[in-house]
Design a protein around this ligand. Structure first.
Ligand code: SF4
Length: 95
């Protein structure tokens, strides 16, 4: 009987903790955002253009409609690529 009460209490505590986390994740608006830091470093990614070249003008850039940031074909799992960013893999969008 005592074990049942402990189990219920544990479940209630973990459930309350999960509910408490929801507003924090929703308020941040970045609950599902991801950055591939290791690849960014190796590709010398920066959040500003380089010599007039930026991600918006790169063939690898993946725009995300309705969002200010996007993805990149060579940065798997990274959805915070700035259209104004740049890295050494930049290649012009074909005209
Ligand atoms: S390859 Fe580099 S420059 Fe091109 S979109 Fe990706 S991060 Fe930007």
């Amino acid at each position: 009987m005592a074990d049942t009460k402990i189990t219920r209490r544990s479940l209630l505590k973990s459930g309350a903790a999960a509910l408490a986390a929801i507003p924090v994740l929703a308020a941040s608006g970045r609950a599902f955002a991801a950055v591939n830091a290791a690849l960014r470093a190796s590709m010398k990614y920066q959040d500003k253009p380089n010599d007039g070249k930026d991600c918006a003008g790169c063939a690898q850039f993946i725009p995300m409609p309705g969002k200010p940031l996007g993805g990149c074909k060579i940065f798997p799992g990274d959805d915070e690529i700035s259209p104004k960013g740049w890295c050494v893999a930049w290649v012009a969008v074909p005209k």
